[in-house]
Structure formats: C-alpha cells, structure tokens
Design a protein around this ligand. Structure first.
Ligand code: PXP
Length: 237
C-alpha cells in the first residue's frame, strides 16, 4: 500500500498571511523524508491554495512522484502539459465548494475525457479519474483509456453510523475489485483520517491512498508542543 500526501493546506496556511511560510516545497520534502510515496497538489481555478509557481517549484523538487489534481479546464490542462507531473488526477471542480464534493461524472462526459486523456498520454502523462464507487463510472473510466481510478471515499468517511459505514466500505471493496478486474489501477482518497483509514487500507485491490487534511491537521498538534518550547527558549534567553 502506497501513501501520497496532499499538501494543499500547507499553502492554505501560507496564503492566510500572504507571505512565503510555510513553504509547500519544504513540506513536500518533509513528507518524502518521512516515507511518503508521492506528493499531491490540487491547482484549483481560483488558486485558493496551491498556485502555479508552487506546481513548477514542486516539479523541480519532488523526488518521489508528483500527482497534479485538477479540473479538466483548458487553462489547467495547458499548465499540466507544461509541468508534466507523474500523474494527473482529474476531479470535478466547483468554485463555491469547500473541497471536492463528489466524484467526476465520467459517464456523462466520456467522449471529452477520452480526448483529454489521449492528450495527456501523447505527452507521456498517466491519467487517473476521481470517481464515486459505482460500476457505471468505472466502466466509463475504462472507456476513456484512463490508466487508473481514484475511488472517492467521502461518503464512507462521512457515514453517520456503523451500519452505513459498513455499507459504504462494502461499496468501496466491490468498486476496487471491479476496477482491478477491468485492468485499471485503483487508488482511494478523500476524508480519510487516523480513525477510518485502516479498513480502506485493507482492501487488497487498492494500491495507493491519497490523504491530505487529516495529516496536515495532525501535524499542527504533533508539532505544536515543540514549536512552543522553541519559542519559549528564544523569548527567555
Ligand atoms: N483525493 C482527491 C481526488 C481529492 O480531491 C482530495 C482533496 O483535495 C483528496 C484525495 C484528499 O482529501 P483529504 O484532504 O480529505 O484527505
């Protein structure tokens, strides 16, 4: 099982003060030193966290794999073709949403996504499609020529009680098995945290998890004690 870390919210924190700290490039290096298999960033149309310069800098600095998450707009496709990430993950994108709300409706835009995928392939860039764990979307993903799917685990993560959680877990298991049976690579992500990750990580057909918010949020607490001690040492010196 591989783990890629989404560092978007390092940029959220940086942008809150308009300066350069904390630096996503440095964050990516820390993740890699800790053993992460890849770095994920979502270049959103509104550039609310990761910006164009970050993506270019990360392309130069990341030593594992850089996964560029993106909506399939012409502007962002153009940037991705310049940057040449190790993987492009296509996601639906709405300006008003706080985070990616659902999977990509691949079935409704099969032809367009086939064309987009072919453009990336012509430039040597593999493509993953972020989809809900549904057969129709997985069949459509295969039809586009995409290399892999990333199963949206948001409904599993948000399940209100244990029966619903188990139901959503079963959907993920079946979707992973189905995707793998079609020859697609299968990743999973969204809303996974230190409590709910293990059951998804145990699904044999899933090759990689993509996790962001929970790790960055935890880092604030695992690092806070030391950060306070370091500042105390300075102010008391
Ligand atoms: N995978 C995809 C396709 C996403 O859009 C996101 C959120 O940016 C994630 C994984 C990571 O989700 P989270 O931040 O909830 O771990």
């Amino acid at each position: 099982m591989k783990l890629s870390i989404n560092i978007d919210h390092i940029a959220t924190l940086r942008n809150a003060r308009g300066g350069s700290e904390p630096d996503p490039v440095r964050a990516a290096a820390v993740c890699e030193e800790a053993g992460a298999d890849g770095i994920v960033v979502h270049l959103r149309e509104d550039r609310r966290h990761i910006r164009d310069a970050d993506v270019h800098a990360l392309r130069r600095s990341v030593k594992t794999r850089l996964d560029l998450e993106m909506g399939a707009s012409e502007e962002i496709i153009g940037i991705a073709l310049q940057v040449v990430p190790d993987l492009v993950t296509l996601v639906p994108e709405k300006r008003q949403e706080l985070t990616t709300e659902g999977g990509l409706d691949v079935a409704a835009q099969r032809e367009r996504l086939r064309t987009v995928t072919a453009r990336f392939h012509a430039n040597g860039i593999p493509v993953s499609l972020f989809v809900n764990p549904e057969r129709e979307q997985i069949d459509a993903s295969r039809d586009t020529g995409a290399d892999m799917i990333e199963l949206h685990t948001g409904e599993y993560a948000d399940a209100p009680g244990e029966p619903e959680r188990l139901h959503q877990l079963q959907r993920i298991r079946e979707a992973a098995r189905y995707g793998a049976s079609l020859g697609l690579g299968v990743n999973a992500g969204h809303g996974l945290n230190y409590v709910n990750v293990s059951d998804v990580a145990a699904v044999a057909e899933i090759g990689e998890m993509s996790i962001g918010h929970a790790v960055i949020a935890r880092a604030a607490f695992t690092g806070l004690d030391r950060a306070v001690r370091e500042m105390l040492a300075l102010v008391r010196r």
